[in-house]
Design a protein around this ligand. Structure first.
Ligand code: HH2
Length: 264
């Protein structure tokens, strides 16, 4: 899953793709780089970020959605939003997946909308909200707590009418977690995969590499590839990344060594 942030303030690429032409060119690059899903977001959820209203999210997305409606997309489209109205507009333009970092808690209309429109949903574990989530997060048993949360949100999605087969789960690396929590979750990923739904993992360029390796945002590719590959090896089904061709190469090597034909 390649990331396209149509935002002024995302932590690694804020402002780069606000221009619709730049956004569309990026979409093409993500497809050509080997991704099968493009996750489009118009609201930053980085630690400390301020929320934006649905009108502003839609204003940022509109040119890209109009283009998708007109010309179709070269790969599956995911919309990174917690708002039902934004998800509805994106699904109308062809999006097939709603990636909600609030796991359906941010807007009570979101899960019913996903059910009604026959879309899929990715439910992400987050402690608190982006503005405050990194203020002293503490867990007794991070894996157990994340597992319990994801099982509860999966049940909520099913209760809202979303078939279980259309639900993906994500431990939310960096969403209200200390470095040690992120590392434990990556190590114990099989415990979350045991829930039985495909896992999405997003480590790309995140601050854990700043803490662990002392790297600035632009210097986190090697760390991101290493952690991403370990996540895949531990059972992640989807990696959410900014560096698509590099990640595709790393996964290609992993598959070849395993004797995997890549037809998954
Ligand atoms: N991480 C970010 C945003 N959305 N969605 C899922 N499912 N998993 C993640 O780990 C995840 C996510 C944060 O990264 P990015 O979109 O690059 O930054 P920002 O939130 O600042 O736009």
């Amino acid at each position: 899953m390649g990331v396209l942030n149509v935002t002024p303030d995302s932590f690694s690429d804020g402002g780069d793709f606000l221009d619709p032409q730049a956004a569309l060119a990026r979409l093409g690059e993500i497809a050509a780089g080997g991704a099968v899903i493009c996750d489009i977001g118009a609201e930053s959820t980085r630690p400390g970020s301020e929320p934006v209203g649905a009108a502003e999210e839609l204003r940022r997305l509109r040119p890209v959605l109009d283009e998708l409606t007109r010309g179709g997309a070269p790969l599956a489209i995911s919309i990174d939003t917690a708002k039902a109205s934004v998800a509805a507009a994106a699904i109308g333009a062809g999006a097939v997946l709603v990636n909600d970092v609030t796991a359906g808690r941010g807007d009570p209309d979101l899960l019913p909308l996903v059910a009604d429109r026959g879309a899929a949903v990715c439910l992400v574990h987050m402690r608190g909200e982006p503005r405050t989530m990194q203020a002293h997060p503490r867990y007794g048993d991070v894996v157990g707590e994340v597992r319990e949360f994801l099982e509860e949100r999966l049940a909520a999605a099913v209760a809202a009418g979303v078939p279980e087969e259309r639900v993906l789960l994500d431990p939310g690396i960096g969403f209200g977690k200390r470095l040690q929590d992120n590392l434990t979750l990556l190590r114990e990923l099989p415990e979350l995969a045991a829930i039985g739904r495909p896992l999405v993992v997003g480590v790309s360029r995140k601050s854990m590499f700043g803490e662990l390796l002392g790297r600035a945002v632009g210097e986190r590719l090697a760390g991101s590839l290493a952690a991403g590959l370990l996540a895949v090896d531990a059972g992640a089904a989807v990696l959410r990344v900014h560096d698509v061709p590099e990640t595709a190469d790393a996964i290609g090597v992993w598959r070849a060594v395993r004797g995997d034909d890549g037809e998954e």
